[in-house]
Design a protein around this ligand. Sequence first.
Ligand code: ARG
Length: 565
Amino acid sequence: MFKSLTSAAISEVQNEYGIDDVSINWRRPQDKSHGDISTAIALQLAKEVGKSPRDIAEKICTALGKDESVDRCEVAGAGYVNIWLKPNALISELINTEQSCSKTPKRDEDPIVIEYSGPNIAKPLGIHHVLSTVIGQAVSNLHTHLGYNVITVNHFGDWGTQFGKLSVAFDKWAEKELSDHSIDDLLALYVRFHEEAEKDSSLDDVAREAFCKLEKGEKEITDFWKTVVEISLKAINELYDRLHVEIEYPHSESMYQDLMEPILKEGLKKNVFVEGDKGAVVVEFEEETGLSTAVVQKGDSATIYLTRDLAQIRYRIDTWHPKEINYVVDVAQSLHFKQLFKTVEMLGWELPNLDHILFGRMRFKDVEMSTRKGNILRLEQVLNEAVDRAGEKIKTHGDSIKTDNSDDLAEMMGVGSVVYGVLSQNRKMDMMFDWDKFLSFEGNSAPYLQYTHARTCSILRKSETDNIHFPNLTDETLETKERVLVGTLLQFSSALQDACDSKMPHVLANYLYQLCQDYNAFYNDLPILKAEGAMRDVRLALTSLTASVLKAGAKILTIRVPERM
Ligand code: ARG
């Protein structure tokens, strides 16, 4: 951005001080009395040049003052260069923002794998599953939007002793055909198993044997397992649809069965894996890693979660040659991922960058939600409740909410409020689930964003203008609220890039919130439809660009925005 200014500043520095390797960063000052853009380049160069920063800043200022896009240039503080741009110059930069609303074409480069969601099959999704699911989807959407070659994977937990338990429970207590079981029925069987196993521990042995049969591929239990997976996926996919989540490769844990054996052999041969207690195979880490010993194979030869994760890495490297593999998983699994990453390093594999994108726990403001014991708080129930609450709001706000289809709007608002509620918080901290905040029309929430988008659409409709565009400004000046809005719109692409680089969706959410606030302040302060001439055109074009940014940004966060509300 600001190419002509950047090159003018660079050539001044080169001519005056003979320094070739300069790069200029423009910042947007917080305080509007410090201009539209500002740079600290003079402070950075002072040492190298051997002059005071203010002297250098003066020189740059004089040079930039001649640029036709500059209205005024000032040296401030210790040596900052503050610049006020001519309205035309500011507005013509907005073309970059317009471009940032559409996807960058996919670059031809090694892919970035992003793995997320990864629920365990045979249980309904709980509210906590929304975290990995939507954080992962947002991180993936950010990368895709910016042109990275993204591969998304769902590492479903569809393997392990729990299937042995479930098959035992089914044989003993099922009252109908397996295919007639809902995901809740499966959960009930699983819970029953645990209750009965407390009284009779021999059940656990039967379950372990059953899982061994599954690992050996015996037909009966394999068929049972397949049906259970089908029932589960159907229920899970319904929820993914509601959340606008799409994961390209449903590569579940069971996929890696043939890959584990060779890795176990390799590890033993390389002495990375050694014999542990009771015939188990383990990895011992060097003392300074602080990592506890990890089991890769149990005494009864059963493989475990970690074994499948080793296989998963091998498979992804061989299949995709990625430059990065990211795991969007609960902070509770930090130790597991440290052990995993260390083990593959010890195996001497050539590795891409491996990153555990962790997130905190979910806490509940609502006492009733936080004190539920035993049965899980199901995601579907929470989403339904969110939609009901949104429906109530739509009703009670009466006239101020106009919609053609209040059911659609309630779904969009309800689901959006839960998703945005999660994504607008720093993922590294614990998340607070708070109905009032999530569904508020005023704060940093989905309804506020959706409402602001609907407002922009309504103005555009009422304008009855087809060809909305930024005019060429000659003598007109921009009002403060306009300049602020333009400045925020100009930051869209850097907000996207920051959110993507840091893999922190809340950076984008906070940006969108700021944009909503700045747009609403502009709307409240200045006439748009009643403005005249070029100013009407500018304000409509700003409205239209705000609409595009909100829509594109919300979509990246998996949220939909209405045209009317
Ligand atoms: N299924 C796991 C769980 O519910 C999450 C999967 C995480 N991914 C992985 N590659 N280990 O805890």
